[in-house]
Design a protein around this ligand. Structure first.
Ligand SMILES: [Zn+2]
Length: 182
């Protein structure tokens, strides 16, 4: 009975089945899992820098990463009177040299390139431009073999897509991230 219970718990805890079978583990990227992350993000609504929706989205991403064992730190700074937050995920045993796999999770405040001029003041929902990249990172973080997790840092950038709006520049979050590297 105790053994059965232990097996059931093992199957219910996310991440554990992967760790238990690392020797024969073949990574399998699940598009459906990634799409679920996309839907979860767009459900928060448009997610421009500094918005409550982006904070909710950030908390979602942090929670998903921590649930599967990644250590999450936040890189925060202020730009144009707006609080900006990059999300950085590393495996507890990260090596000194590592690959950065990044995507931005913020969305553009206005659809200023929209073909219909009446839509150009609307915010972008960002299913593709925003959520899809972050979704791929989250699914990669789940399926990546443990043997190489220490060689990767996943970074979810903020403030990437507001260029040419209200005096903002492009790629603000990733520029800050690179400036902070040793
Ligand atoms: Zn973009």
């Amino acid at each position: 009975m105790r053994v059965t219970l232990a097996i059931i718990i093992l199957l219910l805890v996310p991440g554990l089945p992967y760790r238990a079978s690392q020797a024969n583990y073949t990574p399998s990227f699940d598009g459906e899992e990634a799409f679920n992350h996309l839907v979860a993000q767009t459900d928060f609504g448009p997610r421009p820098p500094g918005s409550d929706n982006l904070t909710k989205c950030r908390n979602y991403i942090i929670n998903e990463l921590e649930q599967i064992g990644w250590t999450v730190s936040l890189q925060t700074f202020t730009y144009m009177d707006t609080f900006i937050t990059n999300i950085v995920a590393e495996w507890p045993s990260r090596s000194p040299s590592f690959f950065v796999v990044g995507a931005h999770y913020d969305t553009r405040p206005y659809a200023d390139q929209e073909s219909d001029p009446t839509d150009r003041t609307l915010p972008v929902l960002g299913a593709n431009d925003g959520a899809s990249g972050a979704s791929v990172l989250l699914e990669l973080a789940r399926v990546l073999p443990e043997s190489i997790r220490g060689s990767v840092e996943f970074v979810f950038f903020d403030a990437e897509d507001s260029g040419n709006i209200n005096g903002w520049d492009w790629i603000v979050g990733s520029t800050y991230y690179v400036d902070q590297l040793d």
